[in-house]
Design a protein around this ligand. Structure first.
Ligand code: NOJ
Length: 719
């Protein structure tokens, strides 16, 4: 008999419910501590899983209680949010998505997993895979941006990175694909609000990243807090049991979000914990995180005949199976057995620096003001984010300490010299105090160039951090206007470094600055990463994975819109447009400048009929007309102009990269399996329709910058 079946026979109902319960041990990072200290409960076998604790010693202490002091000795599953790093922080996911580089996405997840596993952990509540087209939603920071195809590539890479080749390895974590699903579509961008979207949008936009995670073997899935058209995801049997388990064959663990089962009462679909627990269990949720609804509610539900012991057993088996796959039964102490070496930590910091520099999106660079000459005599490094160490961490800082995160001022003092960096904060991120402005302007007068570090605080994005105004918080705009006025008199360039967990709405800033870098939150090595780019040691290569609106009223804004029957026409009043802003974003998806200057020519697409079985090669020549070597990211989009269902004006199908010296030309080849041109027909079944499809290639989703060709789809001859 298998180990799991042997245990199942011995377990009491209380012990089984313990395996379905996850609770915070001593450190709670989100939400209230509901279950309190769990020491005795672990010994009693009534708590089988923990979250939010770090440190191999702590973890092993807790594990020992379960393994050595509980009746059945079942090891604990201990999870933590390792969203963009554990102790060493990488860029926030939205920033990392800007790399358009699956190998690096996997690598940072691998390194994060190693670091977290060395801390004793076996599970992470990541990757976050919610497509976001609404920057008001603070959780846009945690995910891969606006595009479903990109989100699916991100999902595969992250699952591969966290889990590695062998889930039982001492450096592997069970990944959790979250938040299933459509959380990014919360009404008006307000966190935890209701979601109500069409079945087509659900399938085309919000499910593909989860399908990709499941195909990559993700160990766990977490339902979103939100409801979908009235059915909270924690109780959504159609999607959890129906789509995820039955259709995709997902047989891993479904872990609820924090207190989400009890919140079914607030959603208004459960009268009490017994009913909430019943709905969640029957929908397919195995582990109850922090609501204590299974332990308190399921015994009553059993008595009333609402749930069966078979349903409980099935969930327990899945949890035990995950523990077994993680190797926890064989050796519960293998994670965290050996501390990492200083060399490992140093090379991880180095990786964070490289990835940080590549995540930066250069939004503007007028007259080639960047890179700065290696030796500006004096540089004004001003603004509330110029030297704010803890802010560099971004919204999900894992176990990283507030100190030790490298700021721009710290890095430049080291990279240039102490005396050449003149620092003043000027204003606070979100305060009213303008008393520091004069000193900051004085610093500008004494410098050759001005680095103006503005933006949001780290906690202004992430969970429960929606914003209705997407400009700079506090008095930063007034401060920046004063700096621009002074710089104009002094004839000195102003380079804006913009920190944020989302695209901000700052057209005036883009207009007045000489150069502007989106630095998102770059993590532990932020300052060095930025220094490397502005001093020209690294040519920026990041591309925005999300559109930057001109006005908050344009939100939701994304490139994959459907065509309208009345395309915008400035000369025709009755067309689809705003009276006060253009339809287009300020910066498109994919936008990002480099220190090179690239032009595209000679797009080649196959001419003959393309059947569903073919993979086509799309080729384009790219030339670097600039004066510096740089890497260009080339995007492949399609548009099915005539189909049985109106198709988006652009659909992302691929990207490639090419590194070119000044004056050099190279060819980029992008492969497109034609089967990907299937779409959901009028009845939501996949169809491959013969006819013309436009192929568009270029540097971003701005149609005016794309080269276009046509391919002809035809039916495959019967085989
Ligand atoms: C709530 C968040 O929604 C989720 O993303 C996270 O994993 C849990 N808290 C646990 O911290």
């Amino acid at each position: 008999m298998s180990r799991i079946e042997a245990l199942m026979r011995k377990m009491s109902l209380t012990e089984k419910l313990g395996q379905l319960t996850m609770t915070a041990s001593r450190y709670a990072t989100t939400g209230p501590i509901i279950a309190g200290d769990s020491t005795q409960a672990i010994k009693d076998g009534t708590i089988g899983n923990l979250l939010n604790m770090v440190g191999a010693d702590h973890v092993h202490d807790m594990q020992r209680l379960a393994v050595e002091e509980s009746r059945l000795g079942i090891p604990l599953l201990i999870g933590f949010d390792v969203v963009h790093g554990h102790r060493t922080l990488f860029p926030i996911p939205l920033g990392e998505a800007s790399l358009f580089d699956p190998e690096t996405w996997a690598l940072t997840a691998r390194e994060s997993a190693r670091e977290a596993a060395a801390d004793g952990l076996a599970m992470t509540f990541a990757p976050m895979l919610d497509v976001s087209r609404d920057p008001r939603w603070g959780r846009s920071a945690e995910g891969p941006g606006e595009d479903p195809w990109l989100a699916a590539r991100f999902a595969e890479a992250k699952v591969r990175g966290f889990q590695g080749n062998d889930l039982a390895a001492s450096d592997a974590l069970a990944a959790t694909a979250k938040h299933f699903c459509a959380y990014g579509a919360v009404t008006a961008g307000r966190d935890y609000a209701s979601v109500d979207i069409s079945e087509r949008t659900l399938r085309e936009v919000h499910l593909p990243s989860f399908a990709a995670a499941v195909a990559a073997g993700v160990a766990a899935v977490m339902p979103a807090f939100t409801d979908l058209a009235g059915v909270p995801m924690t109780a959504n049997g159609a999607l959890l049991r129906g789509w995820l388990r039955r259709k995709l064959g997902f047989d891993g663990v479904i872990v609820s979000d924090y207190n989400a089962i009890a919140e079914l009462i607030h959603h208004g679909i459960a009268a009490d914990l017994a009913q909430a627990a019943t709905l969640a269990l029957q929908a397919g949720v195995d582990i109850d995180m922090m609501a204590d609804a299974y332990r308190r509610g399921l015994p009553t539900a059993l008595d009333r005949g609402w749930v069966s012991s078979m349903e409980i057993d099935a969930a327990v088996r899945r949890v035990l199976t995950l523990k077994e796959r993680l190797g926890l039964f064989d050796d519960p102490y293998r994670r965290g057995a050996a501390p990492e070496t200083a060399a490992t930590l140093a090379s991880r910091r180095q990786l964070a620096r490289v990835v940080g520099s590549r995540a930066i999106v250069m939004l503007k660079n007028e007259r080639g003001v960047l890179p700065l000459a290696e030796a500006p005599a004096r540089l004004a490094v001003i603004g509330p984010l110029a030297d704010a160490s803890s802010e560099m961490r971004g919204p999900w800082w894992g176990a990283a300490a507030p100190e030790g995160q490298v700021t721009v001022a710290t890095a430049l003092r080291e990279m240039l010299s102490e005396s050449r960096v003149l620092h003043a904060a000027g204003v606070e991120i979100d305060g009213d105090d303008m008393s520091g402005v004069a000193a900051a302007l004085d610093v500008c007068s004494r410098a050759e160039a001005i680095l103006l570090c503005l933006g949001e605080a780290a906690t202004m994005s992430g969970e429960a951090a929606s914003r209705a105004h997407l400009g700079l918080p506090g008095r930063q705009r007034e401060f920046a206007e004063a700096v621009f006025a002074r710089a104009k008199l002094l004839r000195k360039p102003v380079i804006v470094i913009l920190f944020s967990g989302r695209p901000l709405v700052v057209p005036w800033l883009a207009d007045k600055s000489d150069a502007m870098l989106a630095a998102w939150f770059l993590g532990s090595e932020s300052g060095y990463a930025i220094g490397d780019v502005i001093l020209g040691r690294v040519s920026p290569s990041g591309r925005s994975p999300i559109s930057w609106p001109r006005a908050t009223g344009q939100v939701p804004i994304f490139f994959g819109q459907r065509p309208t029957g009345r395309p915008a026409n400035p000369d025709d009043h009755f067309t689809s447009k705003y009276l006060d802003v253009p339809n287009e974003p300020l910066f498109s998806f994919g936008h990002g400048l480099t220190y090179g200057r690239f032009s595209y020519s000679n797009l080649r697409v196959p001419r003959d009929g393309v059947t569903e079985r073919d993979t086509i090669a799309v080729r384009v020549d790219v030339t670097n007309d600039g004066a510096r070597a740089a890497e260009e990211t080339v995007f492949l989009f399609t548009h099915d102009k005539l189909a049985s269902v109106s198709r988006p004006v652009l659909e992302l199908r691929g990207f490639g990269k090419i590194h070119l010296k000044p004056g050099a030309t190279g060819t980029v080849t992008l492969m497109l399996p034609a089967a990907e041109l299937r779409f959901l027909g009028p009845d939501l079944e996949p169809v491959y329709e013969p006819g013309e499809v436009e192929i568009l290639v270029g540097p971003c989703a701005n149609r005016t910058q794309l080269l276009a060709g046509i391919i002809q789809l035809s039916r495959a001859p019967p085989s």
